[in-house]
Design a protein around this ligand. Structure first.
Ligand code: TRP
Length: 337
């Protein structure tokens, strides 16, 4: 049985952009395939500690899984939910892959360059981040790793490390994940989904933007979220058209509505063709977003910590079995066993 694997870091509050662009597509994909594939959804808590953690990590780890469930993740025996740090094989294989990866390739990773640039000191974890991520993937022979486009470079690195390792030991120990172009295809997207900042639609919606009205957070009051949509920046062209280049604000609203309503973007666009009243579009999107948030938040509040901890326990027993078996093969190849 093939494996789909994904993880979202538990560090922070998520925006509507993270929800529509990452969480929801992943949940829909998982539901679509969990009859015939393993779906591994894990919390990369060891990746979280490369940044300052504020004493809320435990709470955030549990909340991350609640998010998936509140977003509609269907649980069955093929869906495995676990915490990275409860499966020690991740750290072990990371070390082994550290001895396969080169300084050059790790130094070329954009995320590392961005996070280290201009800083006096940068922890080694930031540098090693993609190697641990490769271990996360290779331990489970995952072919499909649905993820945001900012992480594509890390998938390519995981592929290279798997191929190099296999070649070095004339083995097929690691399954090579599919190319990022095929990952995108598997996700059913022509492109990564990028929800824009409501006030500055040229930019991506980001939790770190100072302005409250630029972004919608998961825990925003639905009415407050609706107001933010109503005050979104548009343009003065007076036509409702999907054109990210000339009308990024209007296009962003159309895209948001398509994702929230789970309708093809084309259908949403043609519904509005010929219409000129931006206020009507905003009203519709504001309604749909606030309904979605209300529903999401009510489902979220119904999930207990205990439920999540039980899922972890079950998932970690599965994950340790699979991961330890793969780790053993890698250790043996090097003569460690
Ligand atoms: N780096 C991913 C992110 O920031 C999280 C992650 C860690 C991950 N290990 C992974 C995602 C393995 C997929 C597979 O979003």
């Amino acid at each position: 049985m093939k494996t789909i694997l994904t993880g979202i870091r538990a560090n922070s509050e998520l925006t509507l952009g993270n929800y529509l662009g990452a969480l929801l597509p992943m949940v829909r994909l998982a539901n679509q395939h969990s009859n015939e594939m393993n779906v591994n959804i894990f919390v990369p808590d060891l990746h979280s500690i490369i940044a300052d953690v504020d004493g809320n990590l435990q709470k955030n780890i549990i909340r991350t899984i609640k998010y998936y469930i509140a977003a509609g993740l269907e649980l069955n025996d093929n869906v495995h939910i676990y915490r990275q740090s409860y499966v020690p094989a991740h750290s072990e294989l990371c070390w082994i892959l550290n001895c396969v990866a080169t300084m050059g390739e790790a130094s070329r990773m954009t995320q590392y360059k961005e996070k280290s640039e201009g800083r006096e000191s940068c922890n080694v974890g930031i540098f090693d981040y993609p190697i641990l991520m490769a271990a996360d993937i290779l331990l489970y022979s995952a072919e499909y790793v649905p993820i945001g486009e900012d992480q594509f470079q890390h998938i390519e690195l995981a592929r290279n490390l798997a191929m190099r390792f296999n070649h070095r030991f004339q083995s097929e120990i690691f399954t090579v994940p599919v190319k990022t172009s095929e990952q995108v295809e598997f996700m059913g997207l022509s492109d990564g989904i990028r929800i824009r900042d409501l006030l500055n639609p040229e930019k991506k919606m980001s939790k770190s933007t100072a302005s409250e009205n630029s972004k919608i957070m998961f825990d925003d009051e639905p009415a407050k979220a609706a107001k933010k949509i109503m005050s979104a920046t548009t343009d003065s062209l007076g036509k409702i058209k999907f054109d990210m280049f000339n009308q990024p604000g209007i296009s962003n609203l159309l895209l948001i509505d398509a994702l929230v309503m789970d309708s093809p973007l084309q259908d949403v666009v043609s519904t509005w063709a010929g219409e000129t009243k931006y206020g009507d579009l905003k009203q519709k999107v504001a309604n749909d977003v606030s309904n979605m948030l209300a529903e999401f938040q009510s489902r979220l509040s119904g999930i207990t910590d205990q439920q999540v901890l039980e899922l972890f326990e079950k998932g970690e027993s599965y994950a340790n079995n699979v991961a330890n078996a793969k780790l053993f093969e890698a250790q043996k190849a090097f003569g460690l066993r």
